[in-house]
Design a protein around this ligand. Sequence first.
Ligand code: GDP
Ligand code: MG
Length: 443
Amino acid sequence: MVLESLSNSLRAVIKRLAGSPNVDEKLLKELIRDIQRSLLQADVNVNLVLELSKKVENRAKEEKIPPGATLKEHIIKIIYEELTALLGSSAEIKKGKHTIMLVGLYGQGKTTTAGKLARYLSKRGMSVGLIAADVHRPAAYDQLKQIGEQIKVPVYGEPGEREAASIVERGLKQFEGFDVKIIDTSGRHSLERELIEEIKAVASVASPDYRILVLDASIGQQAGAQAAAFHEAVNINGVILTKLDGSAKGGGALSAVGHTKAPVIFIGTGEHLEDLETFNPSRFVSRLMGMGDLTALLERMRESIDEKKAEETARKIMSGHFTLREMYEQMEMLADVGPLKKILSMLPGVATTKQNVDPEEMQKKLARFHVIMDSMTDEELDNPKIIKSSRILRIARGAGVEQKEVRELLRQYNLSRRAVKGFLGNRQLRRQLLKQLKETHEN
Ligand code: GDP
Ligand code: MG
C-alpha cells in the first residue's frame, strides 16, 4: 500500500484512542501531536498540518457528539473528515466519449500513464486510441507504440513530424468513432514558454474534455506549485500523481495538490501498466486509517473493542472481582451506546440509573472519576477499602478536587459493590446474564 508508514502511524493513533479508558484533554493533545508527527514525516506542509490539528482540536472540544455515537467515535470521525479535506476535492473520468490530453515535464510518467489509462479504460469496455504527440523526444513514438502493442490499443503517430497540433488533428480523425482518445505530449525540464505554446496549440485543435497534469509524487510539496503553474498556463482539470509506490514524500504531494483547484484523479503505484488506481480522498483516507469505510470502522470499534472489554469486565465481575477499575469500566461502557448496552444495564452497579443512562451525564461523571483515579495508587485502585481520611486528603490534593468528590466516588463504589454482591447471590439473574454473554460471544 502507498504511504505505508503514514498509514501505520495513523492506525497506531486510532488504536491508542480506541484502547484508552477515557478521552480527556491531555490524551487529545497527545493524539494530535502523534498525527502531526506522522503527517510531517510524510512531507505534508507544516502550515497545512497546523491548520488540520487546530481544526481537529476545536471540533473535538466544541461539537456535540451525534446521538448514538461515543466520544471516541466522534473524534475518529473528525480526524477522518479533516484528513479527507486535506486531500482536496474528488473527480473521476466519467463514462462517455472523451478526449484526454496528458501534460507534464520530462520524466514525470506521461507516456507510461497514457498506456495505463488506455488499459484501464479499455478494460472497462471503452474503445481507446492513443495519439503520440511528443515531437521532442526521438524515441517517444516507439515507446508509446510498444505500450500500445502490450495492451492491444492502437497508437497513432508520425515519426519525424515537428508540429504536435497537426499530428493530433490527424490522429483524432483516425480515431473518430472511438470512445476515448488519449494524447501523450512532450515535456521540458521546466514549464517554459515553448512548452506552454505547444500544449495550447494541441488543446485548441483537440478541445480535450480532460487536461490532465502528470506529476511525479517524489517532488513532494513542490507538486502544489507545479500544479498551480500548469493550471494557470493551460487550465488543467485533473492531476495524476505517479511513482507514489516509492515515495516517502507522497503525503506532501497529495496534500499540496489537494490544496490547488485541480483534483487528483488517479495515482500511479508502479512501473507496470496495471499499476494505476483511481483516487478518491475519502476512500483513500479510509484505507490509510485502516477501515473499509467509516461505518465499518465504527461498527468494528463497538464490536471488537467494547464488546471484548465488556465481556471481560462482565466475567471479572461475575467471578466476584469488583474493584474501582471494574466499576469505572462498567460505567464507561454504559456511557457508550453499544450492542452490549442492554446486557450491561442488567448488571448492577450504577444501580439507580440502570434503566435510563444518560450518556452525556455519565461521560461527565466519568471524566471527574478519571481525574480522581489518576491520583490513586494501584493498591488503592485494587483495594479501595484501605482509602481512609488521610489518603482521601492526599488523593483530593493530587487530583485538584475537593475531598467530598473523592468521598462521592467511594460512596458510588460501595453502592455498586453491594449491588454486585446481591446480584451474584441471585442465581436466576446470574444464569440469565451468563446465557446472554454466551450468546453475544457466539454471534
Ligand atoms: P514521461 O517523460 O513523462 O513520458 O515519463 P515516462 O512515462 O517515460 O516515465 C519515466 C519513468 O518513470 C519510466 O522509467 C517509468 O517506468 C517510470 N514510471 C512512470 N510511472 C511510474 C510509477 O507510477 N511508479 C514507478 N515506480 N515508476 C513509474
Ligand atoms: Mg513521454
